[in-house]
Design a protein around this ligand. Structure first.
Ligand code: BG6
Ligand code: MG
Length: 217
């Protein structure tokens, strides 16, 4: 499989940097204002899920009805808080091994793309100083969200490739489902056993980086 590899498609939040925590913290703060107690165990249901879909899942925990205008205001409030939480993000906030892996793949002539559900993705990769590695950034406003395969298929089509030439890297259940729906090999990053649908799981990005760099050297 690795001998055919032409494109690695990365998720961003929770894969290249630890922004999952900030996303969830911002949701918890918002939910608390409406007397919704967001238990940490709920985070798994929000990872990889769009802002709007995340809010709908959170509000389903409440018996109150919310108007569309209220929901729009809530999304804006969560996003403002999230942006505040990541305002000082810089190169140092990438996960260990991220810069090294991206640099290695570039030197090997392997394309890299971003398939993040986050509308903050383009700004965040600039802050992390990794934007130059990505030849294609899938636009989450133009495609159905994960678990639909579209965010992973878009970069594949951009480069005129087939699924067997692509590898997807994800930390979310919805993201692994999206990669598998695209018929690609799925690499899961996170606690071992938490992404059972993945083809291979690694606790950290650094662990995955070590393995792939060894195989491709
Ligand atoms: C995903 C995160 O990457 O992006 C989700 O895992 C988040 O938690 C989603 O809701 C959308 O992000 P944003 O920045 O557009 O609200
Ligand atoms: Mg993620």
């Amino acid at each position: 499989m690795l001998s055919d590899l032409k494109l690695v498609i990365f998720d961003l939040d929770g894969v290249l940097t630890e922004t999952s925590r900030q996303h969830f913290k911002a949701w918890q703060t918002l939910a608390a204002k409406y007397d919704i107690d967001l238990d940490p165990s709920f985070e798994v249901h929000l990872k990889g899920v769009s802002r709007k879909a995340s809010l709908d899942k959170i509000l389903s925990l409440s018996s109150r009805h919310f108007t569309e205008a209220e929901k729009d205001a809530m999304q804006a409030e969560k996003n403002a808080h999230y942006q505040q939480l990541i305002a000082n993000f810089s190169k140092e906030d990438c996960f260990e091994g991220a810069h090294e892996l991206l640099h290695f793949l570039q030197k090997k002539g392997i394309h890299m793309a971003l398939a993040s559900a986050s509308k903050n993705g383009p700004k965040l990769i600039r802050a992390l100083e990794i934007d130059r590695y990505f030849g294609y950034v899938a636009d989450p406003t133009q495609h159905p969200g994960k678990p639909a395969p579209d965010l992973f298929l878009a970069p594949m089509h951009h480069y005129g490739l087939t699924p067997n030439q692509c590898l997807g890297v994800e930390d979310a259940v919805a993201g692994i489902a999206a990669i598998k729906a695209a018929n690609m090999t799925a690499i899961g990053i996170g606690e071992l056993g938490s992404l059972p649908e993945a083809d291979a799981e690694y606790t950290t990005l650094a662990d995955f980086a070590q393995v792939i760099m060894k195989h491709l050297t």
